[in-house]
Ligand binder design. Structure first.
Ligand code: FMN
Length: 218
């Protein structure tokens, strides 16, 4: 039975934080509504907290959020992720991207999470628009593709309910592997500090032309 939904994210400019928190909140509320026990939601910022102290187990759903930098996961985010011990917790891997290409980032995040002992049951790349930040409105929050995020949250919650519905190990449904195409990239360009990334984000917002939509896989 699921008792806890943990959102954990790396988010220099704040968009990935918003995406992860929204998803964790939605899934937590759906699971809580159909559970005899309380399902709590907690969120952790990898830039502010020592992530290795977060406890995951088979009663936890983890939502791991990362931004896409040049089609990859930022190197410090990948390093922070390697400190986590998944202990078989069901996991949704989610990347936020600016509508260009998300390249290998989603594949990479899912693979890294699995290497840390998480059981990936879903993955999604969600577009974040910074259009509102153009001009003078630099302090306005980024706009998430909330419709896709919400569809993913609902569908993922149904899958979690199916997979967590049985307490007897032998009778538990074994999920099909989640297929995300990509390859493990070699890290070079995404070696960028959080401070530099936040500055680069401003440049990206100005030159960004949206070409893609959000995509998710369960
Ligand atoms: C250095 C850098 C590289 C980026 N590379 C890409 C990219 O390859 N494709 C894309 O669609 N968006 C790209 N973006 C946009 C970010 O993925 C997107 O804005 C993301 O939501 C930022 O997350 P954050 O707000 O949590 O920092 C890049 C942004 C930065 C700062």
């Amino acid at each position: 039975m699921i008792r806890k939904v943990v959102g954990i994210y790396y988010s220099p400019a704040g968009g990935t934080a918003m995406m992860t928190r929204t998803l964790a909140g939605e899934i937590g509320a759906i699971l809580d509504a159909c559970s005899p026990l309380d399902v709590c939601v907690e969120c952790h910022d990898m830039l502010k907290e020592e992530s290795s102290s977060i406890v995951f187990d088979d009663e936890t759903v983890a939502i791991i959020g990362m931004p896409v930098y040049v089609g990859k996961i930022p190197l410090p985010a990948a390093a922070a992720l390697r400190n986590l011990a998944g202990n078989g917790a069901m996991t949704l891997a989610a990347v936020s991207y600016g509508g260009r290409k998300y390249g290998n980032a989603l594949f990479e995040l899912k693979r890294l999470a699995e290497d840390c002992g998480f059981k990936a049951i879903g993955a999604g790349a969600f577009m974040i628009s910074y259009m509102a930040r153009r001009g003078n409105s630099t302090s306005s929050p980024p706009a998430i593709d909330i419709e896709s995020l919400s569809d993913f949250g609902k569908a993922a919650s149904e899958k979690i309910k199916r997979l967590a519905g049985c307490e007897i190990e032998e009778l538990k449904i074994k999920p099909m592997p989640v297929e995300v195409s990509g390859r493990m990239p070699v890290h070079k360009i995404s070696r960028i500090s959080p401070k530099a990334a936040a500055i680069a984000q401003g440049v990206f917002n100005r030159i960004s032309v949206l070409r893609r939509r959000s995509e998710w896989f369960l």
